[in-house]
Ligand binder design. Structure first.
Ligand code: NZQ
Ligand code: ZN
Length: 388
């Protein structure tokens, strides 16, 4: 077991009506607030009015940036960063899903520098500081509410790049499961697939395991398998929404890493799909993950699949190891494509084979995609072909 540092200093208000603490928390960081949100869902669900009420009650000044896109674009980040400078903003409040929160993180960094915020991502310029960020989460999926990462698309260069930096970590996140009652069946399914992938990327990895964390991850995967279908059938089931929401945060907040030398595989591949085709992140992951698992299965890796199959899907331990592994992949596919009802191949979502070469090349940066199994461009192209 490797040594590690555990430091996740995000204050979380979890549960119904926690928004009464919003004003007091924002006030700690200044007077001038930039409220950021997406395409207007927060207005439809009445959350916008509640947020404004709390901000006004606290006597704060509020400015707005709306229209942040799913797969958020660099232009929204540029616009937000400029607004922060023009209005001398003290603190940012992101209200929405992962896209709104991610864009807000890079706005917060962009507000503190004189150069184009895209340079942070494209040139890997390190983030020295950022304005403080608070979040109100409306969709359980990415975990952006409790991690330091943010993923931004640039349609001009056809890039989608994600990076993390500690100054981007939200100071406070409000997690009220009732705000996710209106999330569609499709977005609920995509969110579940995303969380599942965040765990699988860590669980299936090349570095040493920590039994306690493996068991924790298995528990979270079982939680998603149990509650995602319930949330899809009964959108206002509090227990289901609450379990999914807290799992979204803990799947990616760093806790499960436990010192592993991490390298993710499906996410770099998926980001290239989203960059070129603007598909929903969780959908791309759902299609890729079972194929990637199949591709990486051999005598050297099978034991991890056995553990996964037995502990997550209760597959009979008396079966041959390879058989358990294959059944585990089958059960995962069944969950993603039948239970969650997500499209199960690239053809259905119009992803073309002619783009495989460029997407595979960009996924591995022209070199090797380190991970559970190191993948070269040709391996990634094979995995893409399995997705057709
Ligand atoms: O735009 P609005 O009106 O807010 O509508 C959104 C959007 O259309 C809607 N929605 C959000 N909350 C809702 C709701 N609809 C009804 N009721 C509600 N309560 O859902 C749609 C999708 O929203 P989005 O924020 O795009 O979804 P998600 O949270 O899945 O975020 C996806 C983005 O996060 C990135 C992805 O790549 C993608 O760009 N990721 C961020 C990560 C991170 N920061 O750590 C890690 C992830 O792996 C991921 O890459
Ligand atoms: Zn993800």
């Amino acid at each position: 077991m490797n040594s590690f540092v555990y430091n996740i200093p995000v204050k979380v208000y979890f549960g119904e009506n926690q928004l009464i603490h919003l004003g007091e928390e924002l006030s700690k960081y200044g007077k001038r607030v930039l409220l950021t949100y997406g395409g207007g869902t927060i207005k439809k669900i009445g959350l916008y009015d509640k947020v404004i009420e709390e901000i006004e009650k606290a006597g704060l000044e509020v400015y707005e940036l709306s229209g942040i896109e799913p797969n958020p674009r660099i232009n929204s980040v540029r616009e937000g960063a400029q607004l922060c400078k023009d209005k001398n903003i003290d603190v940012l409040l992101a209200v929405g899903g992962g896209s709104t929160i991610d864009a807000t993180k890079w706005i917060a960094a962009g507000a503190c520098v004189d150069f184009d915020p895209w340079d942070f991502l494209s040139k890997k310029v390190s983030v020295k500081k950022a304005l403080p960020i608070l979040t109100v989460l409306t969709l359980a999926a990415t975990g952006s509410e409790m991690d330091n990462g943010g993923v931004i698309s640039n349609p001009e260069t056809k890039d989608k790049i994600g990076l993390g930096a500690d100054p981007l970590l939200p100071k406070v996140s409000f997690l009220d499961p009732t705000y996710t009652y209106t999330v569609s069946q499709y977005q609920t399914a995509c969110g579940a697939a995303d969380m599942m992938s965040h765990i699988i990327e860590v669980y299936f990895n090349m570095d040493q395991d920590l039994y306690m964390l493996d068991t924790f991850m298995e528990g979270m995967m079982k939680t998603i398998i149990k509650y995602a279908p319930i949330a899809m059938k009964e959108p206002d089931n509090y227990e289901a929404r609450a379990n999914l929401m807290w799992t979204s945060s803990w799947a990616i907040n760093g806790f499960i890493n436990g010192g592993k030398q991490l390298a993710w595989s499906c996410h770099p591949m998926e980001h290239e799909l989203s960059a070129l085709y603007d598909i929903t992140h969780g959908l791309g992951l759902a299609i890729l993950t079972p194929r990637w698992l199949k591709y990486c299965l051999d005598e050297t890796t099978v034991s991890k699949y056995v553990q996964f199959g037995m502990n997550v899907f209760n597959i009979d331990s008396k079966l041959d190891d390879m058989e358990i592994a294959k059944q585990a992949i089958h059960k995962l596919s069944d969950f993603l494509f039948n239970t969650l009802g997500l499209d199960n191949n690239f053809t259905k979502i119009s992803i073309k084979e002619t783009d495989f070469e460029i997407m595979a090349k960009k996924s591995c940066g022209g070199g090797v995609l380190e991970g559970f199994k190191p993948l070269q461009q040709s391996d990634i192209e094979e995995i893409f072909k399995m997705c057709l």
